[in-house]
Design a protein around this ligand. Structure first.
Ligand code: HEC
Ligand code: HEC
Ligand code: HEC
Length: 132
């Protein structure tokens, strides 16, 4: 379930951003796929988390997450907990109810099917939540 995030809106935003990237002549990056976080989610009774790298990286520079926010560049390397997020770390740097919707919207992040393993799934430009 993803109540407030309309597919049409995401697509329009995505296509616009992609168009701007192409216009700017920036090289398109290699494949990143979607990231599955399931080091603790299922053990703690919630569905795995799906993070769409593509969706985010067309909006933000790499260094925002991989330098300023401290996400290590390796799937499964970051030990992210829900209390970190609520304290404004990792995903919570943006998902704070202002820059992006708040941590209360559990299902938007915990959208993965049970049994998915931590790591990368899909290719570049996959649409993340709702797909796996
Ligand atoms: C912005 C994305 C996001 C939102 C919104 C979110 N979570 Fe999480 N949550 C995560 C991530 C990432 C992890 C780490 C998962 C892992 O590595 O297994 C996590 C982990 C968890 C865990 C595992 C134990 C722990 O404390 O880390 C539980 C339980 C959990 N979330 C419950 C919730 C509940 C309940 C909500 C809504 C009130 C919620 N989450 C909303 C991203 C989110
Ligand atoms: C909005 C935040 C965000 C942005 C922007 C972002 N990333 Fe990531 N990246 C992540 C997260 C989260 C992970 C997964 C970390 C984990 O699983 O612990 C990740 C993982 C990776 C990985 C590891 C993939 C693998 O196969 O293990 C690479 C490489 C990477 N990012 C490169 C980049 C590059 C290059 C850019 C800019 C073009 C970028 N990232 C932009 C958040 C981001
Ligand atoms: C640099 C800021 C930033 C960080 C860090 C960040 N997000 Fe987001 N995220 C956003 C923004 C902005 C949106 C778009 C919000 C909107 O459309 O209202 C978004 C949207 C999303 C969506 C819905 C997009 C879709 O594909 O439908 C999910 C799910 C999501 N984020 C999960 C995460 C998770 C999980 C993490 C941590 C691993 C994370 N985000 C970290 C800024 C961020």
């Amino acid at each position: 379930m993803r109540p407030a995030v309309g597919k049409g809106r995401i697509w329009r935003g995505a296509l616009l951003a992609l168009g701007l990237t192409l216009l700017a002549g920036a090289p398109l990056q290699a494949e990143y796929g979607d990231v599955v976080f399931n080091r603790r989610a299922e053990k703690e009774g919630v569905r795995p988390v799906i993070f769409s790298h593509w969706f985010h990286r067309i909006r933000f520079r790499c260094k925002v997450c991989h330098y300023e926010f401290g996400f290590e560049m390796r799937a499964g390397a970051n030990d992210v907990s829900m209390s970190d997020i609520i304290d404004g770390k990792f995903c919570g740097m943006c998902h704070d109810g202002e820059m992006a919707w708040s941590p209360e919207r559990c299902d938007l992040c915990h959208s993965g099917r049970r049994g998915l393993e931590t790591g990368i799934i899909g290719g570049h430009q996959t649409l993340g939540p709702g797909r796996w």
